[in-house]
Design a protein around this ligand. Sequence first.
Ligand SMILES: [Zn+2]
Ligand SMILES: [Zn+2]
Length: 255
Amino acid sequence: MLVTALGTSAGIGRGVATTSFLVGATTLIDCGSGVGTLPVERLEKIERVLLTHSHLDHCGFLPFLADCHANRGGPGVTVHSQPETLAALRAHLFSGALWPDYTRLPTPENPWVRLAPLAVGERVALDGGVATALPAAHSVPAIGWLVEGPRRAFAFTGDTGPCPAFWDAVSRVPTLSDVVSEVSYLNRDSASAERFGHLSAEKLAPLLASLPDGVRLWVSHLEPGREDAMMAEIRATLPSRVEVAAIRSGDTIAL
Ligand SMILES: [Zn+2]
Ligand SMILES: [Zn+2]
């Protein structure tokens, strides 16, 4: 099972897009602008979205994905996330004011967008693997995801501030090979990171104590235009035993 990064940035700009990962052929983690880089033939194969939280850079392309399925006769998508997140989608993104309410079209009984609530610790079966909702600590209700494939596992923090429970959970997964963690701020802006439920390098560093040796760390959610400066600071701040790289659109992780 292959995880392909479609969008990994905190914002937009040439060459970057907001959060979306394709897992195999039928699953998305988050539905930010990165999903818009897929050809329509692959968009219509997506069956489910594992959504971390309700911020637009993670869910804003759901209405367009639903549109693609509606126009091309795709199966529609099931969105898995916490009840609070799904309630926000229903109230704001699919209220009928911004876009057609695909949670009730073509019929309320069998809509293009199906909302499936779950709690931290619950699992979702994938084609060739399983996903588990992990804890996160953001400015709105949020989760991370663990995806276990046939041989390896990868975990994604989503948007989060310091959340020791996430790192405790992933460090107990024997097949864990890769973790994608957000870092949204430079160390000088750690107070803003704390205020908005994000991480800086110095806030991430102590959380890595329990991370097993050999697990590759990827960084996402960097600020567009500041990627190089942020990565230089991250490398200088994190423990030297941790292998760290920025994850960019097109990067893949084989599970
Ligand atoms: Zn967010
Ligand atoms: Zn975000």
